[in-house]
Design a protein around this ligand. Structure first.
Ligand code: ZN
Length: 322
């Protein structure tokens, strides 16, 4: 025999299954959720079909079915009606008020909270001008989420040293009694370690009302040409105390995910961002691609080495995997 007959492995679905190397699990998925103040609100975000702004009462009602379908984890963004950075760390902030309500209804649902300033600053930037002063504010936000009972804080700002400041602040926190979380009462840190200044974030900025009023984020988010620097950023965050790291975006950055997987042993999380979501969603809607393209793309992120995937496709993918 001069050649190998690979096609024998692909003869039918049963056989293909036996040779399949990568699988998506329901527990791989983290659902990003946009919370707003008020009651009875479920409003579709214009730039993101099937993604909504929820008030917490409606969110709790809506998430029940998804939890039954196997949803394990959510990533919360609070979108205030009026700007003002003190709302970012107020105990009456949207996220701070929502966490205990969600925990009460769904104690097993993991809550991850976004830690940033861009939804709260007038100019839509993730900082207040000074790097280290911003870090102190971010630590304050993280502590306020911790007090509300979040499981994981996820700083997304890309300031230097913010994981260090957040870890310090969380460690110094007094343990509440009774503890808000099982075991260690300090939330873990899932840092956006390699977040690139990407053109794929457009629809999100609409959703989170955080488009910069002037300039761009290229002075703090990473240059999308850089692989080695991404590894340096990840190493620094782990060194400062991050328990897991996020690479964002995902689909145009599979090489970053793959390299990080080879270099680091901590969990690697990929953020399948709004622009990626919109492109695939539109392609399916227009009939340019079969719905399976969504599954294929998400599987590609996992195959590249991601342990978990933050995706707006989470609700529909949970239903497909039923
Ligand atoms: Zn931000």
């Amino acid at each position: 025999m001069k050649f190998k007959r690979f096609r024998d492995r692909r003869i039918d679905e049963k056989t293909r299954e036996k040779y399949r190397e990568t699988f998506l699990n329901k527990s791989d998925f983290i659902w990003p959720v946009f919370l707003v103040d008020g009651k009875n609100i479920k409003q579709e975000i214009k730039s993101m079909p099937d993604v909504f702004h929820f008030s917490s009462d409606i969110f709790i009602r809506e998430v029940e079915q998804l939890v039954k379908s196997g949803l394990k984890s959510i990533l919360l963004f609070g979108i205030p009606e009026n700007k003002g950075i003190e709302q970012a760390f107020s105990e009456n902030g949207i996220v701070q008020k929502a966490i205990p309500k969600i925990k009460k209804e769904f104690p097993e649902l993991e809550i991850i909270t976004d830690v940033c300033l861009c939804s709260f600053t007038e100019n839509g930037h993730c900082h207040i001008g000074d790097n280290d002063k911003t870090c102190k504010l971010l630590a304050k936000i993280a502590v306020s989420h911790a007090k509300a009972g979040t499981d994981i804080v996820a700083p997304s700002d890309m300031m230097d040293g913010r994981v260090y400041y957040i870890k310090e602040a969380l460690t110094k926190m007094k343990s509440p009694s009774p503890p808000l979380r099982k075991g260690d009462c300090h939330p873990q840190i899932m840092s956006y370690a390699a977040k690139f200044a990407s053109n794929y974030y457009g629809p999100f900025r609409d959703a989170a009302d955080c488009a910069p009023k002037s300039g761009d984020r290229k002075s703090y988010q990473m240059d999308y040409a850089n692989v080695n620097e991404a590894m340096e950023e990840i190493a620094a965050d782990i060194d400062e105390g991050a328990d897991s790291v996020i690479i964002k975006p995902a689909l145009a950055y599979l090489d970053i995910i793959s390299k990080a997987r080879a270099m680091f042993s901590c969990p690697i999380v990929a953020y399948n961002v709004s622009g990626e979501y919109k492109m695939l969603k539109t392609a399916v809607k227009n009939g340019d691609a079969k719905e399976e393209i969504i599954y294929e793309s998400l599987l590609g992120i996992k195959r590249a080495g991601a342990d978990r995937i933050i995706s707006y496709f989470t609700p529909e993918i949970l239903n497909v995997m039923e």
